[in-house]
Write a protein that binds this ligand. Structure first.
Ligand code: GCB
Length: 527
C-alpha cells in the first residue's frame, strides 16, 4: 500500500469541491501499517485553514510488502491477486496527526530494561537523539522515573545513560506495571528554559530463550492465545477502539495471555493497551505471502519459484528490510512485545530462502535484542526448511485434520506428533510455539458425527492438538487460529470469509471457546 500526502491552500468553498489554490505533493510512503511523517511548516500559515489530503493506493506488486500481482484481463480490467488470506481493503487504516514540535527537540528515545536479580533492582539503559539542527552543546537533559503512584524512583542527567530502580516492581504477564520515564531537554544558557519533554511508559522485564524454554523474568512462559486480525464487519480493516476493548475482555474471559499481530503491525493503541494489561505480544511485519507455491502446494501443480527476479527479488527484500526497521523503531519500547516475527509462512523450503533471509535476520538482531522468529508453513517441513537454524523459536502453523487428513482425526494426531518430534529432534534447544492451528467452523452447524465445518468438529480438532502439545517437551505455547472469523478474498474454500474463528466476526463464542477456557483458565495451562 502506498500512501501519499498532499496539502493544498484553502479551497474556494472551504474544503468542498472548489478549486485548490496551492497544491503540493510533499511525501509518499510505501507500507500501510507503520507511521511516517513529513514537515509541512513551509507549506501552511499559522492561523489559516488548509486542506490535507491523504491518498491511499492498495495495489500490491511483487516488490511490495506484502506482495501481490496486478494482471490486465482480456476485457481490459485490472485484477489484483495476492497470496495472503485476508481481504485487501483499501482506505486509511491508521490515524493522521497534525502536531507542532519545538525547534530544538528530542527526536527519539530508546529504553531497554534489565534486572539485577541479587539487588532486586531494575536497570534502564536509555539513549535519546536530538533533531539535527539542535546543537547538543547548547542543551542539557534530565531523566526522571516515577512509579505508578507518582513517586520519583530514579533520576539521571544526559541524553544517554543508565538508571537503577531499587526494589523494582516487574512487568509480568497478567500483572502489568509501568514506570513513567521522562526525559526533558533544557537550554544550557542562563534562561534554563525547557525545550522539550518526552514521556514513555516502561515495563521492566527480561526476555530470554534458554534450553528450549521461553523465559520472561527468568521464569518459563507458556503462550496461550491467538493469531488475530484487525477486522470487523462494516468497518472492514483498521483500528476500532470499541472492538479492541471488547477483544481484550474476551481474551481475559477465555484465559489467553498472548497474541500474535498476524499478519502486520497493529495500531499503536493495541500495544499500549497490551502494555497496560500485561498481555504478551509476538509482533509481526506485513511480510505475508512470500510463497508463490502456496496454492500449488495445496492443489497440486509445479510451484513456481519464490525467490527469483519476477517474484521476491532484491527490491522486495529492501522493502522487507524497511518494514522490519519501521516495526522495531515504532514498537521497541513496548514491554508487551517479547519477540519479532519477521514473516508469516515464507517459502522457507525453496532455493534462495537462506540468501533472502540471512541479511534480514542480521538486521533485526542489530536493531534489538529480543528473540526473532517467523511462522513456518506446513509444507516447509523440518527436513526441507532452509532457515530455522537462524531463529530463536520455532513458530509452526499446522492444519492436520483440516487441509491435510481432513476429517481423519486419528491420522491427524499421529502426523502432528511426528512432525513436532522431528523439529524437536533437529533443534533440541529451540522452543516450539504452535502459532496457528484450527478448523473452519460455521457457527450453529452441529453434528453427532465427525463433520468438518461443525462446532463439534472444531472442538475435537483443538482437543487433539492439546493432547499432542502436552506430550511434546519443547512446546511452549499454543495460539489458536484465529481469534475471530474474518473477511478474505473469494475462494471455493471460503464461506463469506475465513471461518476458523473461536469467536464469530461479531465476537460471539463458538462452542470450542468453552473448551479453550477450561484449559487455559481452569486447568491452568499458561498460568
Ligand atoms: C495460514 C495462514 C493464515 C490463514 C490460515 C488459514 O496458514 O497463515 O493467514 O488464514 O492459514 O485459515 O488457511
Amino acid at each position: 500500500m502506498t500512501v501519499g500526502c498532499i496539502s493544498g491552500g484553502k479551497t474556494s468553498d472551504g474544503y468542498g469541491g472548489g478549486l485548490v489554490r496551492h497544491f503540493h505533493l510533499y511525501t509518499t510512503h510505501s507500507g500501510g501499517y507503520t507511521p511516517f511523517d513529513a514537515e509541512i511548516t513551509g507549506l501552511v500559515t499559522p492561523g489559516e485553514e488548509f486542506a490535507l489530503t491523504i491518498a491511499v493506493n492498495n495495489e500490491l506488486t511483487n516488490e511490495t510488502i506484502p506482495p501481490g500481482k496486478i494482471s490486465v484481463l482480456s476485457d481490459g480490467r485490472r485484477k489484483q491477486t495476492y497470496l495472503h488470506d485476508f481481504f485487501n481493503y483499501s482506505g486509511l487504516a491508521r490515524s493522521v496527526w497534525l502536531y507542532c514540535l519545538p525547534q530544538n527537540h528530542i527526536l527519539d528515545t530508546t529504553v531497554t530494561t534489565d534486572v539485577d536479580w541479587n539487588a532486586c533492582a531494575g536497570i534502564l539503559e536509555y539513549k535519546s537523539n536530538l533533531n539535527s539542527e539542535c546543537d547538543e552543546k547548547d542543551t542539557y537533559a534530565t531523566v526522571t522515573v516515577r512509579d505508578e503512584a507518582g513517586n520519583i524512583v530514579a533520576e539521571a542527567t544526559g541524553l544517554q545513560g543508565q538508571v537503577k530502580i531499587p526494589s523494582v516492581r516487574l512487568w509480568q504477564p497478567g500483572s502489568a506495571y509501568l514506570y513513567d520515564f521522562n526525559i526533558s531537554l533544557y537550554s544550557s544558557d542562563d534562561s534554563n528554559a525547557i525545550l522539550d519533554t518526552y514521556n514513555i511508559g516502561i515495563g521492566v522485564r527480561t526476555v530470554e530463550v534458554f534450553e528450549a524454554q521461553f523465559l520472561i523474568n527468568n521464569k518459563p512462559f507458556y503462550f496461550t492465545g491467538f493469531g488475530k486480525h484487525e477486522d470487523t464487519a462494516i468497518r472492514g480493516k483498521g483500528h476500532d477502539p470499541v472492538y479492541m476493548v471488547h477483544d481484550f475482555e474476551l481474551m481475559q474471559w477465555i484465559g489467553a495471555n498472548s497474541f500474535r499481530t498476524s499478519h502486520y503491525p497493529y495500531a499503536e493503541e493495541v500495544l499500549d493497551y497490551a502494555d497496560r494489561h500485561g498481555i504478551v505480544v509476538i509482533d509481526e511485519t506485513a511480510a505475508v505471502g512470500l510463497n508463490v507455491g502456496i496454492t500449488s502446494g495445496l492443489f497440486g501443480g509445479k510451484p513456481p519459484s519464490t525467490f527469483s527476479a519476477d517474484a521476491c527479488n532484491d527490491r522486495t527484500q529492501a522493502a522487507h528490510e524497511q518494514a522490519i526497521r519501521e516495526l522495531i523503531a515504532r514498537d521497541k519500547n513496548h514491554p508487551c512485545v517479547v519477540m519479532w516475527s519477521i514473516s508469516n509462512e515464507p517459502a522457507s523450503h525453496e532455493e534462495g530462502a537462506r540468501e533472502y533471509f540471512e541479511p534480514l535476520v542480521k538486521i533485526t538482531r542489530s536493531l534489538d535484542s529480543r528473540p526473532v522468529c517467523f511462522a513456518n508453513f506446513g509444507l516447509a517441513t523440518a527436513a526441507k526448511d532452509r532457515i530455522s537454524d537462524m531463529f530463536d523459536v520455532l513458530c509452526l502453523n499446522r492444519y492436520y485434520g483440516w487441509y491435510e487428513s481432513c476429517g481423519d482425526l486419528k491420522l491427524a494426531e499421529t502426523e502432528l506428533e511426528a512432525d513436532l518430534l522431528t523439529w524437536q529432534n533437529k533443534y533440541n534447544d529451540k522452543p516450539i510455539i504452535m502459532t496457528e492451528y484450527g478448523a473452519d467452523t460455521i457457527a450453529g452447524l452441529h453434528s453427532a458425527g465427525v463433520t468438518p465445518w461443525s462446532e463439534e468438529f472444531q472442538t475435537d480438532v483443538y482437543e487433539l492438538y492439546h493432547r499432542v502439545f502436552d506430550r511434546v517437551r519443547n512446546v511452549v505455547g499454543e495460539q489458536a487460529w484465529s481469534f475471530s472469523d474474518f473477511q478474505t478474498s473469494q475462494h471455493v474454500f471460503r464461506v463469506d470469509g475465513n471461518k476458523k474463528g473461536i469467536f464469530t466476526r461479531d465476537r460471539r463464542p463458538k462452542s470450542v471457546a468453552q473448551a479453550l477456557r477450561r484449559r487455559w483458565r481452569f486447568e491452568g495451562k499458561g498460568r
